[in-house]
Each structure stands twice: as structure tokens, then as C-alpha cells.
Ligand binder design. Structure first.
Ligand code: ADP
Ligand code: MG
Length: 408
């Protein structure tokens, strides 16, 4: 698998050429205010490199999940405005994606200027399952680049999507990996090829069946899998314990039992919490107590108790495994960290990640948000992945259309 890189494109020369860049500008908004500009800042270096080298840069990106029609609520304007504030180059925003505004503004660009095309998901063809529909849309995006264009994919968070701006344009233009995509692929290769051992994987969060698919591929590869978050209750149930009203995917219990059996033969150790913080209800101010993981229904909340965090003994055990590791991949908070009373497990795992000598990777949108909310700094981790779903699918061993299309 080799792909051409942004540096190769710049070495070829981009002055005066139209370069279509797929960026990840999918930032959280409060009305029209960007509440976390992390993805804009992360996208800036690639756009800057191209602008500095004299390219006329067309940025395409999505924001939220509009229904295939222009919807002012999902306009890229707040993101483009923030980009313009951060950037030393000229940034404008087209009122449409491939329409008259995009065409005339693209034609008016000077070398080094940047034009952000309006939300690519304002056009239903972007995400169409029909290859011809997507292709027609890709043709219109490509037409904006004239006769000597090129494509740079810098949106790692979208590489698992077979979308027009991710996949089909790359089939139509000379294509290159942006720096973000390049770094992500290097890191994920490190995890999947020859990770330094012990290789410890910490999994939590709420999307249980998604995470179970990753576990399937990690059995035999990871030395230890620490199980927290909502998923732990399916593991406890698989071991025959009652979990009261905690998150439980009953239809996955047999899957988990099969994993536990297979792991024992494959040399992968599962570590399941021994204590759990149980709450009276799902609320920030709920009554709560720590109980043994095999006695959840014996808390004072009986069968209505909900497990919302791993307990302190489990957190200490997890931290010990993390500190003894050489490679750690973490996806999914250990508990409902959004409520301070149930954030201790997640904080303990994050803290251990900052203290271990291991190469540490944090994947997943909420996990990355958790480390920031809890006051940790990005620089304290080896790598924080920008694409949760994409990194998980990579670890699952799936082929990612947006990456394979860049191979040659
Ligand atoms: P990521 O985005 O990092 O992949 P997920 O989206 O799978 O993670 O899950 C994140 C969510 O999981 C958080 O909002 C957190 O509140 C929730 N969560 C963690 N533990 C529990 C639990 N025990 N019960 C319910 N929700 C949980
Ligand atoms: Mg999430």
C-alpha cells in the first residue's frame, strides 16, 4: 500500500493550479458559534502548505447531517469564518457547492487564495449509493479544478465513507494523502503490523455492537483488552452476573461468550471490572454507590440501579495494565464522564495514559472530547485520532474506500 503524499504534490509544483482538498471541518456549533475549533486548526497546515506554494485551493467538507438539501443550520459559514481568522491567506465561502457561486468564485481566485465550497452534503448525490449519481456530482466538483487539477484527501474521519468527495473524485484526479490522513495511517499501521508488546487495548463507550466488531479482530493481536463503559455489562452478563438496569445488549451475550472462549486460546486476556459505580437513575445528581461487579442488584437501588462508571479498584487495575504496556489503544470512555460524579474511571485511564512509557493512541470522538473536558492536553498522548469510526474500521481490518482509492 503506497499512496502519494502532499509533499510529493508540492514538489511537482502547484502554483496556479486548482487543488481540491477534502478537509474535516465538521465542528460542533452552538447556533452559529464554533464551540471547538480543533478540527479547523488541524486542517490548517495542509491548506496553508498549498496556499504558500501558490495553489488555488478549493476546500470541500461536510458539516452535520443535512438531508441532501441546502439547510442554513448546517452552513459551513461559521467554520469558514474561523478558518479566515486563523489563516494568513485569503479565505472566501461559496454560497453553493458546485453551482454558479462556486464556479464564479473559483474562477476569480488568485494564486494562494482559498475558497471553501458550501457543505458538500447539501447535495444528495454526495452520499448516494448509486455510483452514477455520485460520479456525476464528482464530475462537477472536478470541473471546478479546470484542466490541471489535483485532489488531496485530508479528512481522515471520512475515509470509511464511499462518498463522492472522498472516493469518486479521487478516481478522477491525480490524488494525494494529506498530512492528517498520512499520520493516521502511519499510526494505525503501527498498531496493526507489529505493535510493541505488551499491547493493551482499552474499550468503553456506548456503541456496544460497534466495539464488539473491533474486539473480534483484536483477539490474538492484543495482549490485554480492558473492558469498561456501557459494554462491560454485556461482559458481566456473559459471565452470568445480573446487571440491574445497566446498558445491556442481550443479543450480544453469546457473541461475547464466544469471544471469551476464543481469547483464552489465542493468548489475549480480557480484564473485566471487579467493581462498578451504580446510580439510582441516569442523571448528574443521582444517588450512587460502588458495589462489587457480581452484586450490582444488591445495591440499595435494587433492579433499578444503573451502572455508570467502573469502580476505583477496577480503575487502579486498568491503570496498572496501562503503565506496564508498550503500546496502548484507547477507545470509549469508561463511564458517563459528562457527569462529574461518574468521570473518575475515565479520568484514571486518561491519567495512566499520560504516565505510561507506552506509545498511546486515543481514538473516538467522545474519547478525544473526554480527555479535553477532563483537562488533559493533546500533547500528553502519543496520538489523538481525528476519526473515530474510521480508526475503528481500520482496526477491524476493513478496507476503507477513501484510503484504497489513493493507493497505486
Ligand atoms: P467514542 O465516541 O469515543 O467512540 P462512544 O460514542 O462509543 O465513544 O461512547 C461515548 C459515550 O458512552 C459517552 O457519551 C458516555 O457517556 C457513554 N457511556 C460510557 N459508559 C456508559 C455507561 N456505563 N452507560 C451508558 N453510557 C455510557
Ligand atoms: Mg461517539
Amino acid at each position: 500500500m503506497t499512496s502519494h503524499t502532499l509533499n510529493e504534490l508540492i514538489a511537482e509544483g502547484v502554483r496556479g493550479r486548482y487543488i481540491l482538498v477534502r478537509s474535516d471541518l465538521n465542528v460542533p456549533l452552538d447556533g452559529s458559534t464554533v464551540t471547538d475549533d480543533g478540527r479547523i486548526k488541524a486542517s490548517l497546515p495542509v491548506i496553508s502548505k498549498l496556499s504558500d506554494a501558490g495553489a488555488r485551493v478549493l476546500v470541500t467538507a461536510h458539516l452535520g447531517r443535512p438531508k441532501g438539501n441546502p439547510d442554513p443550520k448546517y452552513s459551513l459559514k461559521p467554520a469558514a469564518d474561523r478558518l479566515a481568522e486563523l489563516a494568513p491567506f485569503k479565505v472566501s465561502l461559496a454560497e453553493d457547492t458546485v453551482g454558479e457561486s462556486a464556479k464564479s468564485q473559483a474562477a476569480a481566485l488568485a494564486d494562494g487564495d482559498v475558497l471553501v465550497l458550501e457543505n458538500v452534503r447539501f447535495d444528495a448525490r454526495e452520499t448516494s449509493k448509486d455510483q452514477a449519481e455520485r460520479g456525476a456530482f464528482a464530475d462537477e466538483l472536478v470541473a471546478l479544478t479546470g484542466s490541471n487539477g489535483a485532489y488531496v484527501d485530508d479528512a481522515f474521519g471520512a475515509v470509511h465513507r464511499k462518498h463522492a468527495s472522498v472516493y469518486d473524485v479521487a478516481n478522477r484526479l491525480p490524488s494525494y494523502q494529506g498530512d492528517l490522513v498520512h499520520t493516521e495511517v502511519e499510526v494505525l499501521q503501527k498498531l496493526t503490523k507489529e505493535p510493541q508488546r505488551p499491547y493493551v487495548v482499552v474499550l468503553g463507550g456506548s456503541k456496544v455492537s460497534d466495539k464488539l466488531a473491533v474486539i473480534n479482530n483484536l483477539i490474538g493481536k492484543a495482549d490485554t483488552i480492558l473492558v469498561g463503559g456501557g459494554m462491560l455489562f454485556t461482559f458481566l452478563a456473559a459471565a452470568g452476573h445480573k446487571v440491574a438496569s445497566s446498558l445491556l445488549e442481550e443479543d450480544q451475550i453469546t457473541v461475547v461468550q464466544e469471544y471469551l472462549k476464543r481469547a483464552a486460546d489465542a493468548g489475549t486476556q480480557f480484564v473485566i471490572p471487579t467493581d462498578v459505580v451504580v446510580a439510582s437513575r441516569f442523571a448528574a445528581d443521582a444517588d450512587h454507590q460502588t458495589v462489587s461487579a457480581d452484586a450490582i442488584e444488591e445495591s440499595s437501588f435494587g433492579t433499578s440501579g444503573i451502572g455508570l462508571d467502573i469502580g476505583p479498584d477496577s480503575a487502579a487495575t486498568f491503570a496498572g495494565h496501562i503503565k506496564a504496556a508498550k503500546t496502548v489503544f484507547w477507545n470509549g470512555p469508561m463511564g458517563v464522564f459528562e457527569f462529574p460524579a461518574f468521570a473518575a474511571g475515565t479520568r484514571a485511564v486518561a491519567q495512566a495514559l499520560t504516565e505510561t512509557e507506552a506509545f498511546t493512541v486515543v481514538g473516538g470522538g467522545d474519547s478525544a472530547a473526554a480527555v479535553r473536558t477532563l483537562g488533559f492536553d493533546d500533547g500528553q498522548f502519543g496520538h489523538i485520532s481525528t476519526g473515530g469510526g474510521a480508526s475503528l474500521e481500520y482496526l477491524e481490518g476493513k478496507e476503507l474506500p477513501g484510503l484504497s482509492v489513493l493507493d497505486r
